[in-house]
Design a protein around this ligand. Sequence first.
Ligand code: HEC
Ligand code: HEC
Length: 294
Amino acid sequence: MQGPFIKSPVLKIVLGILSSLLAIVFILLLLFTEETRMEAQTASWAGREIENGAALYYNNCASCHGPDGRGLPGVAPALHSHYFFTERLGDVGWAGSLSDYVELTVAAGRPSKTNTQWAQMMPTWGVTYGGPLRDDQVRAVTAYVLNWEADSLTQTAEEDPWQPFRDVRKPVEQQTIGEPGEPPAEVAAPTGEPRDPEVLFTSLACIACHNLAVDQTPTNRGPVGPNFGNLNENAQTRVAGMSAEEYIHQSIVAPNAYVVEGYPSGIMPQNFDQLMSEEEINAMVTWLIEQSQQ
Ligand code: HEC
Ligand code: HEC
């Protein structure tokens, strides 16, 4: 009896070759699927990093750079901007990548400059430089900012929310993209349901210049705009014959009508009457008074 054993040497060789080939095909298949699996993994990591970055952006950056990165006039430049992605590096003479530029600016902040066009300095964020964010958080918020590239590149000159920079070698007159000081599109038109004053206080960047929790005193003044801890009290006496409500209303719609002593005029944006409906302005006045009575 031969049993199940194969006797023919030729058949043995053929079968040997076949099984080796099968093994090779199998290994190649494994390698291939592993690669796509890893690609999918990397993509989901990148996705998650951008998501983390979005939350970090909303909590730390939106008050100055605007809720959608389109900048706020006089407060901070637009990052969700065609100019930012195409010309900014050339204008500041940065030879590295945009990613390094953003990461380093976020990590280290920008030292105060004389004659700056912005109300406040860009703060230091990276823990390496004494800021509150870990390195991976700085990278995540950088990834989120860079994620605006595709959309920014579709902006026309009129849509670009960019404001001319005073810190570049090109004189302001030769900076031709966009119009200075355009409000971010989402907050520009007060339409539909009136928005909550507390939300507007952040999205219109009042919060970047006014501190609700601290009293304004001669020895403790808000650095950019007056503190609002005791606004109700101050507002009653600023202008003879004006109630607190009337004064605060006027301060919002016509900031230059009365300029608080010790502050330059023109720092507070002049277009809030276009960014809020009358109803929203009145609700803001009431809310500010309530806040400062607590
Ligand atoms: C207190 C307001 C403020 C906050 C909060 C803030 N920034 Fe800024 N940021 C600025 C100002 C002002 C500048 C412009 C500084 C300058 O050029 O002198 C700036 C500049 C930048 C720039 C460089 C822009 C350019 O074109 O050169 C980047 C990038 C940036 N900020 C990202 C961020 C990110 C990300 C966050 C949140 C982690 C953040 N900023 C939070 C005020 C702020
Ligand atoms: C870029 C900085 C900046 C932003 C943003 C800003 N303000 Fe002001 N605000 C100022 C400055 C500076 C003054 C003081 C000079 C003046 O009276 O115009 C001021 C004054 C005021 C006053 C009068 C305060 C007092 O003690 O008499 C009120 C009220 C006020 N702002 C409300 C607001 C509200 C509400 C917002 C948001 C919708 C806002 N501001 C946004 C800078 C700012």
